[in-house]
Design a protein around this ligand. Structure first.
Ligand code: PLP
Length: 465
């Protein structure tokens, strides 16, 4: 596609502020000379820029730049209710996973990242080195806490935003979800009450269900995160054992909580003796250059158990995550030993080398830029098709859009989309008591092209019906 280079050039320059909104864009003739393309290719490029919201027809004098923006920001749900409940829709989550793993289905459903955007070549180089330098790696367990060198490298990498100094309290896990599960079983007993953001990642709901726990959804603003007043009101009256929170680029809402908000939430946890399990999986995919600090960084009272992994910016197949508990790590080691003894040795050796030699901040930042661009493009197309019927989030990182569509029955639309080989995640899957009937989550991770454009238009038609 000849026009794509021109589109990428302008999107990049507008995103970086090198071309300002309102600025006149070069004439079609100039574009055709500069990029050595025909006039019709230049017209095609400007039409695409207009479609994505980066250009508008000024008057007869041609196009001017604009920044894609949506005033239709999703507001907190008016019908929201905080209610203690058990989670019952696990089968729907499993059905969604099976359905969206099918390669013929348009991939707006399950939250997998863009496979071709990971640094696969670099990872494979280190995997080969590991096989050469550690020929024993497939025959050795790295029991309990995991590979010491990896834990040391990890701590020196995350220290600026986690404030952690010692590798001794770090345990390697099979991804972030295992870290969360181990944290729940170490901190809770069956029947305990776990407070969660609403909506929240359905894997967290699955874990709460698995451990025989109850959930309490907290009022959560799509732009600013957990509402401290609402949290404190519930903390006073309910016996909340643990709060699970994703303060940066939350899935599915995409907000990042300010440091002040994090400190406020920590203060409430301390006052009512609530442990906080932090899920920081998307921290590296922030659109802002500055990596946000974590709850763990501000935790003076040792109440935060920190969980994360490399799944979203090095590759989920590595299955390397970690947990840094509050209190004694040995309680966590016992859980790990009872589950699977150890994490994969080959990938532990490999990731230790990657951490030592590569610029992970840059890898995360480049991915964040790519996702931000995608989220803008997807938002614009959907907004154009659905107009005022649609309300969208304004993510601060990662690759999800959370949408409210007036009059939508997301379960019925999901079935209609399935028939049309399109997937999305119905809003109800992100709520312990099936709130958010007229909401959905859209995965914007995959490269935008003609095919994706067509699929998004088909999705919009289904949602708008
Ligand atoms: C918020 C959140 N936490 C945890 C996970 C699981 O991460 P991992 O693949 O590292 O187990 C996901 C996966 O999408 C997620 O969105």
């Amino acid at each position: 596609m000849l026009y794509q280079n021109i589109v990428d050039y302008f999107v990049d320059n507008i995103e970086k502020g090198l071309i300002l909104p309102g600025e006149k864009l070069p004439s079609l003739r100039k574009i055709s000379d500069k990029f050595d393309v025909s006039l019709s290719t230049a017209v095609e490029a400007y039409r695409k820029l207009e479609l994505f919201g980066y250009a508008q027809v000024k008057d007869r004098s041609g196009y001017s730049a604009r920044f894609p923006s949506s005033d239709n920001v999703v507001a907190p749900s008016k019908k929201f209710k905080s209610k203690v409940c058990e989670i019952q829709h696990i089968d729907e989550i499993i059905e969604l996973m099976n359905h969206t793993m099918n390669k013929d289905i348009a991939p707006f459903g399950i939250g997998v990242p863009a496979i071709d955007r990971f640094p696969n070549k670099m990872i494979n180089k280190y995997l080969s080195q590991t096989i050469k330098h550690h020929p024993e790696s497939s025959s050795a367990y790295l029991f309990g806490l995991g590979y010491e060198l990896l834990r040391k490298e990890l701590v020196s990498w995350i220290k600026p935003w986690c404030g952690v100094n010692s590798f001794e309290n770090v345990m390697i896990t099979n991804g972030c979800l295992e870290a969360l599960n181990i944290a729940l079983s170490a901190e809770c007993e069956a029947g305990d009450l776990v407070a969660i953001e609403s909506p929240c990642y359905f894997g967290i709901l699955h874990a709460i269900h698995h451990h025989g726990l109850k959930a309490l959804e907290l009022k959560t603003d799509p732009l600013t995160g957990i509402d401290p007043e609402a949290f404190e009101a519930l903390a006073k009256t309910k016996n909340i054992k643990v709060l699970i929170s994703t303060p940066t680029a939350q899935n599915p809402l995409g907000f990042t909580m300010t440091d002040e908000r994090k400190k406020e939430i920590l203060g409430i946890c301390k006052k009512y003796k609530i442990k906080l399990i932090e899920d920081d999986l998307y921290g590296e995919l922030c659109y802002e250059k500055k990596r946000p600090k974590t709850y763990k960084y501000f935790d003076k009272d040792d109440i935060v158990t920190y969980c994360s992994s490399f799944s979203k910016f090095l590759g989920p197949g590595l299955r390397i995550g970690w947990v840094i508990p509050s209190g004694d790590v040995q309680k966590y080691v016992r859980q790990k030993l009872s589950l699977n003894l150890a994490s994969n040795s080959l990938t532990q050796y490999t990731v230790a080398k990657v951490l030592k030699n590569e610029d992970l901040i840059k890898i995360g930042h480049d991915l964040g830029n790519y996702y931000q661009n995608n989220v803008n493009i997807y938002s614009n197309i959907l907004q154009k098709e659905l107009g005022d019927k649609l309300r969208l989030t304004k993510p601060t990182g990662s690759y999800f859009l959370w949408a409210r569509v007036e009059g939508l029955d997301s379960a019925a639309a999901y079935q209609a989309a399935k028939k049309n080989k399109i997937s999305f995640t119905p809003g109800t899957l992100f709520s312990a008591n099936r709130q958010y009937q007229n909401y959905l989550r859209i995965n914007c991770a995959f490269q935008f092209n003609e095919k994706r454009h067509d699929e998004l238009i088909r999705l919009a038609k289904i949602l708008g019906n």
